[in-house]
Design a protein around this ligand. Structure first.
Ligand SMILES: C[S@@+](CC[C@H](N)C(=O)[O-])C[C@H]1O[C@@H](n2cnc3c(N)ncnc32)[C@H](O)[C@@H]1O
Ligand code: SF4
Ligand code: SF4
Length: 322
């Protein structure tokens, strides 16, 4: 079964909680691009039981949310994942990178912490996300305390409002030995309050600013292979068809939502392989629907801006710890 293909890294994105301490303007949960699940607390014991079978199907877990650090149980889950020899990534908004939490993250051996930050300019980042000062303080704290083996990455969600912040962010990451990933935002065209952020509405001058920023990123990182990703982003923004992307979501990578339902992808909640807390992970992973849906998913028929598969073009997966 492809999910057991030993050559490919098998990854579980676990939306561990839907709760969040920010309300980012473009967030797909705030703009109805994705379904916001109603909180139903799953007991930690039930979550921990999953680790008996997770290593059979996955090599790496990306804990995300909502904001995973708002849930104190996150550290128990990370410890359980590490005990099973899994790689662990934590995707966070950075607000709760307190000294105590940084210490826990480091001592538990988290392999990679990805922190979302859209601009070093406080006004711009506060407009898009909020609590910029705490986040930058948290990043600096983690940088000072971290072990040499732990990777830190900045996830910059690119909208029309922060294209001119890209260069400064590239320099900041380069100088501090941080990985940087640029992720164009998908904007819901039906929500008028997010229209000013929509990259598809950029003027020619703005497109040039964005293209220059992306080129600067590729050049400074010395990663010409990223040009495929950048071209795919620009094509999607200008409404061109993108055909050179293969998608691993639903084949080797899956998403577990807060209710415990396994989906192929963050954006494909219409495909539900079953609830791991009700029938167990093995039963869900052996659902024949997985095989049935794979050919279509692999062709990336549902590709759009903000697609997680775009981050894996040419194996430049930012969630893959170096
Ligand atoms: C949903 S958040 C969850 C983790 C954590 N709360 C954070 O902000 O990093 C995961 C990533 O998705 C990004 N994101 C949210 N809405 C998006 C959208 N509409 N298009 C593209 N990326 C988006 C966020 O900026 C963040 O980098
Ligand atoms: S912090 Fe993350 S989950 Fe929370 S609103 Fe912002 S992007 Fe969404
Ligand atoms: S193409 Fe995009 S939306 Fe479709 S499964 Fe892949 S990552 Fe998800």
């Amino acid at each position: 079964m492809p999910a057991n293909n030993p050559k490919k890294l098998r990854k579980l994105y676990w939306v561990e909680t839907e709760k969040c301490n920010l309300g980012c303007r473009y967030c797909y949960y705030n703009t109805a691009l994705k379904q916001k699940t109603k909180t139903i607390e799953i007991p930690i014991e039930k979550k921990l039981e999953l680790f008996n079978s997770i290593p059979e199907y996955f090599d790496e877990i990306v804990f995300t949310g909502g904001e995973a650090l708002t849930d104190p149980d996150i550290f128990t889950l990370i410890a359980a994942a590490k005990k099973q020899g899994l790689k662990v990534d934590l995707l966070s908004n950075g607000v709760l990178l307190t000294t105590e939490n940084c210490q826990k993250i480091i001592s538990l051996g988290v392999d990679c912490v990805s922190i979302s930050l859209d601009s070093l300019d406080e006004q711009t980042n506060d407009y898009l996300r909020g609590k910029t000062t705490s986040v930058i303080e948290g990043i600096n704290r983690l940088l000072k305390m971290k072990s040499p083996t732990m990777a830190i990455e900045i996830m910059m969600t690119v909208t029309r409002k922060n294209i001119s912040s890209i260069r400064e962010m590239v320099d900041f990451c380069y100088d501090n030995n941080l990985n940087l990933w640029l992720d164009p935002a998908e904007i819901n065209p039906n929500i008028s309050r997010v229209k000013p952020l929509d990259l598809t509405l950029m003027s020619e001058d703005e497109k040039q600013v964005m293209t220059d920023g992306f080129s600067y990123w590729i050049d400074k990182l010395k990663k010409p292979s990223l040009s495929l990703y950048v071209q795919a982003c620009l094509d999607l923004i200008t409404g061109k068809k993108v055909t050179n992307i293969n998608c691993d979501m639903g084949t080797t990578h899956f998403v577990l939502n807060p209710k415990g339902e396994l989906n192929p992808c963050f954006s494909r909640e219409d495909i539900n392989y079953g609830n791991v807390f009700e029938v167990g992970l093995s039963a869900v992973m052996n659902n024949s629907l997985i095989i049935e849906k794979q050919p279509q998913l692999q062709k990336a028929v549902c590709l759009s801006l903000g697609c997680v598969c775009m981050t894996m073009v040419n194996e430049n997966d930012p969630y893959q710890c170096k």
